[in-house]
Ligand binder design. Structure first.
Ligand code: SAH
Length: 219
């Protein structure tokens, strides 16, 4: 069961989380403000109440996890959001990352392949305030061609390669942030920028650990 009450101690725990993110090098104030504004414990079972603000990934059912706050902050920063950016997220999961993006004013389209998680989010009252957040059940490898193009694309699962169909759905100058599998079983965070001729430039960042991006839908 979720507990949708935000107490003073939750706010205190969030402030501590912000300080630890700063210590780890996150200095984007807008991103830090959004993380301070979104109550992460709402996205977890009430059993996680006291630990929801530790900088860790936690179980959300269907064998999946809510992203670690550091990864959320890092990926959100790399997206370089502008007001009203249209963002495609692959891997809704708990919808925490999607809400951080929506809190920053983005128009968010997010896809989840696990039906159970998609359906849970349909019942999640906190999400209803984000009128520009749209959730879809489907395979993220296909993206959402009917809603393309997107200014930004964020992939929150470990991708085996850069999905070409998603690059096709980016505007020229658009940014994709994607954790790509490495040989040691982790992922390297990459930022991709689509050029006028359709080619891409790549920048490499540090290593992260995500659950795998899988093909097809899971009912
Ligand atoms: N952004 C999420 C992170 C969840 S973990 C959050 O903030 O909680 C990654 C999620 O990606 C999982 O829920 C997993 O089911 C989903 N996923 C994996 N492969 C996918 C695909 N091809 N399409 C859509 N979702 C996918």
């Amino acid at each position: 069961m979720r507990q949708l009450v935000d107490q003073y101690y939750h706010k205190g725990l969030r402030n501590k989380l912000i300080e630890s993110l700063r210590e780890r090098g996150i200095s984007n104030e807008k991103v830090l403000d959004a993380i301070r504004d979104v109550p992460r414990h709402f996205f977890l079972d009430s059993a996680f109440d006291r630990i929801a603000y530790e900088d860790k990934a936690f179980d959300i059912g269907a064998g999946q996890t809510i992203s670690q706050p550091y990864a959320v902050a890092f990926q959100t920063h790399l997206l370089d959001l502008k007001p009203k950016d249209k963002v495609l997220e692959i891997g809704t999961g708990s919808a925490y990352q999607a809400c951080v993006l929506a809190q920053l004013g983005a128009k968010v389209f997010t896809i989840e392949r696990q039906k159970e998680l998609y359906l849970n989010n349909q019942q999640f009252d906190y999400l209803k305030q984000f009128r520009l957040l749209k959730m879809f059940y489907g395979d993220g490898f296909a993206g959402l061609p009917g809603y393309a193009p997107f200014d930004k694309i964020i992939i929150t699962a470990a991708a085996p390669y850069i999905p070409e169909r998603l690059v096709d759905q980016l505007i020229t100058g658009g940014i994709m942030v994607i954790p790509l599998d490495t040989e040691n079983g982790k992922q390297r965070m990459m930022r991709i920028i689509k050029q006028v001729d359709g080619s891409i430039t790549k920048e490499e960042f540090s290593e992260f650990e995500f659950v795998p991006m899988l093909k097809g839908k899971n009912s």
